[in-house]
Design a protein around this ligand. Structure first.
Ligand code: FES
Length: 167
């Protein structure tokens, strides 16, 4: 056929039908392939994606301190490292007799700090905190996370510092 001097080539009606069928097949298989890819990738994403840490205080809003008994911190100036949930903590009694606790995760690079009698120290890079949890020497950029601590039926518990409970 000619259209103003140009030659137009039209596919045969049979060929057009075949092309439509092919296109539809490609769209359907492409869509199914994408859906399959999405469904397959989701479990991998769930495995790789970071999950929020579980609340160490649980529904009760408090957690038992492991490895530190009330007797371990009965004397003024005594202290010990323990744990609550899956986290570390230090519990100590000041020379004035006040029971205190901090999360033991150093604010520099996350090592566990230790109660060292006259200070709280981090062995990784020499960080030092005072008994208020304040960073006083070395690289730690922030104070330790304070915890409230109390004894109940011979067990020490810690809770978020905002929920202060009496000892
Ligand atoms: S991790 Fe504690 S001072 Fe570096």
């Amino acid at each position: 056929m000619t259209d103003g001097g140009r030659c137009e080539v039209r596919p045969a009606p049979q060929q057009e039908k075949v092309d439509k069928g092919r296109r539809r097949f490609l769209w359907v298989t492409g869509g199914l392939g994408l859906a399959w890819l999405g469904l397959s990738a989701y479990p991998v994403y769930r495995y790789i994606a970071p999950r929020p840490a579980p609340d160490p205080f649980g529904k009760e809003g408090r957690a038992a301190v492991n490895k530190v008994a009330p007797a371990d911190v009965a004397a003024p100036g005594s202290g010990a490292n323990g744990s609550y949930g899956q986290r570390g903590c230090i519990v100590f009694r000041t020379t004035q007799g006040e029971l205190r606790a901090f999360d033991s995760k150093c604010t520099h690079a996350g090592c566990n700090v230790n109660f060292a009698g006259d200070r709280i120290s981090c062995h990784c890079h020499g960080g030092v905190y005072d008994f208020e949890g304040k960073n006083v020497a070395g690289p730690p950029p922030r104070p330790l996370t304070p915890l409230s601590v109390f004894e109940e039926n011979g067990v020490l518990y810690v809770a978020p510092a905002e929920k202060k409970q009496e000892v």
